[in-house]
Design a protein around this ligand. Structure first.
Ligand code: AMP
Length: 304
């Protein structure tokens, strides 16, 4: 039976795109690091991996589809990682909908879903963490102490279990992407990190599992982030390079929206994320966090 199952799954990849079955075989679900590793050892061929915290939206599914296009097999993990949340953050109320997530992943044709439990990932006595240095310090790292230590630790653990050839990360979490790229290089992980563009709602708001926290009024007001980024892009295209001027223009636009509170706006070197002063050099990244009540929304634009 196991062989038949595997043959059936492999057969999907021998078919032309147009003749792939409409109802793909449901993904295998693995719930422990050991089971995940066994699956990986039993399956050869390139593996693409999409780590997520679930409550999937089109931003996640875009990463998933890219992985399916570029690899023989695709693994998606769903794990709300407790070590990347500070005690006063939203870990316990983070939105979850496993049934809907699995239905979406199944319809997309994902091969395996890794759903480890918190005690499988962090059993009693757990005491090992990964710390990336400089690039974790500014921006989110300065506001969320310990956040990136949780992120890098869990991503390394997920990589160890999944054994991916490629891993897909969104440009929406720009600092996270750069931190992971640094860890992969520094620790010789041999995983190709594939950055994916930000997927937005039709009114420009970057998709995020946390958008569900917004009231209807906050949701409408939240379009101000994209307007501020578009304004930055226009100024940059017109030749504006003064770092303070670019940051101040964003501040003014956000301040003009009564429901929005600017947490920070940054114009930084695109790789190191060191803040730029005076005349900005290329490539740069303008990023911001805007708060609507307790909800922090993150967005950014790369300026090449
Ligand atoms: P999360 O579930 O929030 O941890 O996100 C999982 C992955 O999806 C991360 O690599 C995110 O950067 C990526 N992602 C989340 N939202 C978006 C989006 N709107 N566009 C592109 N990627 C996204």
């Amino acid at each position: 039976m196991a062989d038949q199952w595997n043959n059936l799954r492999d057969a999907r990849f021998l078919l032309d795109e147009d003749t792939r079955p409409l109802n793909p075989v449901p993904p295998v679900i693995l719930t422990t690091p050991a089971a995940m590793r066994r699956w990986r050892s039993a399956n050869s061929g390139s593996v693409g991996f999409v780590p997520t915290m679930g409550y999937l939206h089109e931003g996640h599914m875009d990463l998933v589809r890219r992985s399916i296009d570029e690899n023989l097999l695709t693994v998606v993990s769903i794990f709300v990682n407790p070590t990347q949340f500070a005690p006063d953050e939203d870990f316990s109320r983070y939105p979850r909908d496993e049934v809907r997530d699995l239905a979406q992943l199944s319809a997309a044709g994902v091969d395996a879903v890794y759903l480890p439990g918190a005690t499988d990932m962090y059993p009693e006595g757990y005491q090992t963490y990964v710390e990336v240095e400089q690039v974790t310090r500014p921006l989110e790292g300065a506001r969320r102490p310990g956040h990136f230590r949780g992120v890098t630790t869990v991503v390394l653990k997920l990589f160890n279990a999944v054994g991916p050839d490629r891993a897909y990360f969104g440009r929406k979490d720009a600092q996270q992407l750069r931190v992971i790229q640094r860890m992969v290089r520094d620790l010789d992980l041999g995983v190709e990190v594939v950055p994916c563009d930000i997927v937005r709602e039709t009114d420009g708001l970057a998709m995020s599992s946390r958008n569900v926290y917004l009231s209807p009024e906050q949701r409408t007001a939240a379009t101000v982030l994209k307007r501020a980024l578009d304004d930055t892009r226009r100024r940059w295209a017109e030749g504006e390079r003064d770092a303070d001027t670019l940051r101040a223009a964003v501040s003014r636009l956000i301040d003009a929206e009564p429901l929005a509170e600017l947490d920070y706006v940054s114009l930084a070197d695109d790789e190191s994320l060191q803040e730029l002063e005076g005349t900005a050099v290329r490539p740069a990244i303008l990023s911001m966090v805007v708060k609507f009540g307790k909800t922090r929304l993150l967005d950014n634009i790369e300026l090449a």
